[in-house]
Ligand binder design. Sequence first.
Ligand code: DOR
Ligand code: ZN
Length: 335
Amino acid sequence: MQLILNDPLDMHLHLRDGEMLHTTAPLSAHSFSGAIIMPNTIPPIQSKEALLSYKQRILEAMGSENFMPLMTLFFRRDYDYEFLSNIRDELSAIKLYPAGITTNSEGGVSGFDIEKLKTPLEAMSELGIPLCIHGETNGFVMDREAEFVPIYEKLAAAFPKLKIIMEHITTKESLQALDRYENLYATITVHHLLITLDDVVGGMLRPHLFCKPIAKRGEDRDALVQAAVNAHPKVMFGSDSAPHPKSAKECPGCAAGIFTAPIALPLLAELFEAHGKLDNLQGFISDHAKKIYGIKPPKKSVILKKEPFTIPKNYGDIVPMHAGETISWKISQVQ
Ligand code: DOR
Ligand code: ZN
C-alpha cells in the first residue's frame, strides 16, 4: 500500500539555531514543503534584521531541498503599524507566549489586558498577519490550557478580523472554542494524537515524551484524533517538533519538547490508516493550512509506503520520539 502526500506543511516547528540547525533544517526540508518557524531562539526573533538573518541561516543549513521557511516574530506589545508594515512581506505570523510558560519564553506577555495589546493586534488585523498563541495559564498543569480558553475567546471577540491560531491544542475545550469563533483556528501535533499523560509518567518516567502543553487524558486525545482524522477544516498539522540535546533531556530538570519532525508523516499515516481515514490526511497535512494562511508552498510529493521502519536511536545529538521502535509506514520517495 502507498500514499502520496502533496506539499506537506508543518505549521509549528522549532528548528533552533547554530550547530543544531544543521541537523534539524535538512530533516524538515526533506519531507515538508514548508513550515512555520518558531521564534523562541536565544535571543528570540524580534526585529526585521534578526528575522532575515535567521531565515538566511536556515536556507544555508537546509541544503538544496525545495522548502519554504515561513518566518515568525516573537510577539511584543510595542510592535506598531509602522514596524509591522515594514516587515509584512517577510512575515507569516507572530507568535505570542505567556511569559515563562515554556522554553525561552521569559520575554513573553504577562496578563492579557486587551487595552495593552491593542496597538499590535489592531495593526496585525489590518495587515492580515495571523497571531499564533501558546495558550496556557500559570495554573495547575493539567488545567492550564482549558483555563486559557476564555482568553482566546476574549481576543477573538475583540479582534474579529485577526486570525488566531490556538497552537498545539491538547483538550476538548479548545476544540469546542473553534466552533464558537470564526477567527479561531488550531494546530495539533502528532504526539498529542498518540500519547496521554500515562505514557509520560504512568510507568517509568519517559523524558523524550515530556513537552508543553503536557499530554492529557484519553478522552482529550480521542477528541483531537476525531477532529484530525475527520478533516476538521479549521485544524492543521503543526508538529511542535522541539529538539533539545540528549543531555538536556536525560537529566534532572528535563527540558520540554519532543522531536518528531523526521517521523511525523509515517506516524500520521499509521494513525489515519488505523481509523480508515487515509484520504483525509491530505487536508490535515496541507490543504487546510494553505487555505487558512493563504500560502502557496513549493510543489513536493512525498510517497509513503506501508513497510516496517525502525526509527533511528538518534539524529546527531537529538533523540526522537519512539527512538528504536518499529512503525508500519515509511517515507519511500520525495519528488
Ligand atoms: O514542549 C515544548 N517545547 N513546548 C513548547 O511550547 C516549546 C518547545 C520548545 O521550544 O522547546
Ligand atoms: Zn512550540
